[in-house]
Design a protein around this ligand. Structure first.
Ligand code: GUN
Length: 287
């Protein structure tokens, strides 16, 4: 029987830490500002952006959303990003993905100021991560690391298996684990014998995007299981990438879906915004 990792409670703790840092910055005359850019009408994106607005307000960050029509040109979007990059009151900038197909996602990412790239997607920030240097880290992997840390797990020398190799989760996740001296395996859609790889994991990160792909009987007894999946099943219910019931009987710790990784992403976005605000002004890390 696993212990449940309560992502909602841990995210609330992170938001509390952020809120304190925002307050002490305000006492020094600094108002932290996060700008979110949303292009088009994707309903899920609109929900995510509203959640970011709500979280910003809750921790005292000035959240500003730029809602742009679906036919916004790439050039107009790049012009907006350039003006945000020059604005001293802008601490963090996030372009909600996906952008409409006529806009090149890489050009948008590259146009961002790495110092304000609170998503941690800019090649400079990814390069800083790989070279073990300070920089903004992608929110979901950073939030997953916090969940692992909250279990008291010492990652040194442990086998960590990341399933999924996206730029948003899998790749940065693997490097964060490597930085903490785990022995890291990255699995993906072409991996042979996935059950055997997963059975080796002391720590398993599932970030595939396929409901219940990881079966409970594959889990090593005592493993820490972090499920990044957010899939809707046929009944419209939110489910992770891991068969929760099966894994629950074998894991030592497991994240539920919902209420595990999900709440951590936005909490770490808020935290990244404060980190960016401090770093850009030469102030020390408040956390
Ligand atoms: N769309 C889905 N997830 C993300 C994310 O983490 N950042 C951004 N900018 N867009 C997303």
């Amino acid at each position: 029987m696993a212990q449940i990792i309560d992502g909602k409670a841990i995210a609330a703790k992170v938001r509390q830490e952020v809120s304190q840092a925002v307050t002490s910055l305000r006492e020094r005359g600094i108002q932290v500002g996060l700008h979110v850019v949303l292009v088009g009408d994707d309903p899920a994106s609109h929900v995510y952006v509203r959640n970011k607005e709500r979280a910003s307000a809750e921790v005292g960050i000035r959240g500003i959303t730029h809602r742009l029509p679906a036919d916004t040109t790439e050039s107009d979007l790049l012009t907006l990003l350039a003006s945000l990059n020059r604005d001293p009151e802008v601490d963090g900038v996030l372009v909600q993905l996906p952008v409409p197909p006529h806009i090149d996602t890489n050009r948008v990412t590259d146009a961002q100021d790495p110092a304000r790239d609170v998503d941690g997607f800019h090649p400079v920030n990814l390069g800083m991560l790989v070279s073990d240097r300070p920089g903004l880290r992608a929110c979901t992997p950073a939030g997953c690391m916090r969940l692992i840390d909250e279990t008291g797990t010492d990652l040194k020398g442990k086998r960590a298996v990341v399933v999924g190799r996206s730029l948003i989760v899998g790749k940065p996740m693997a490097h964060l684990l490597l930085q903490r001296h785990a022995t890291v395996t990255i699995c993906h859609s072409r991996t042979q014998d996935l059950p055997t790889r997963i059975a080796e994991a002391d720590v398993l990160i599932a970030a595939i995007g396929r409901a219940n792909l990881v079966r409970g009987e594959w889990i090593k007894p005592g493993a820490v299981v972090i499920d990044v999946g957010m899939n809707r099943n046929d009944a419209g219910k939110l489910t992770g990438d891991v068969d929760y019931e099966g894994a629950f009987d074998r894991a030592s710790f497991i994240t539920p879906v919902p209420g595990g990784v999900g709440p951590m992403t936005i909490a770490y976005l808020m935290r990244n915004t404060v980190l960016a605000a401090c770093a850009r002004r030469g102030l020390p890390d408040p956390f």
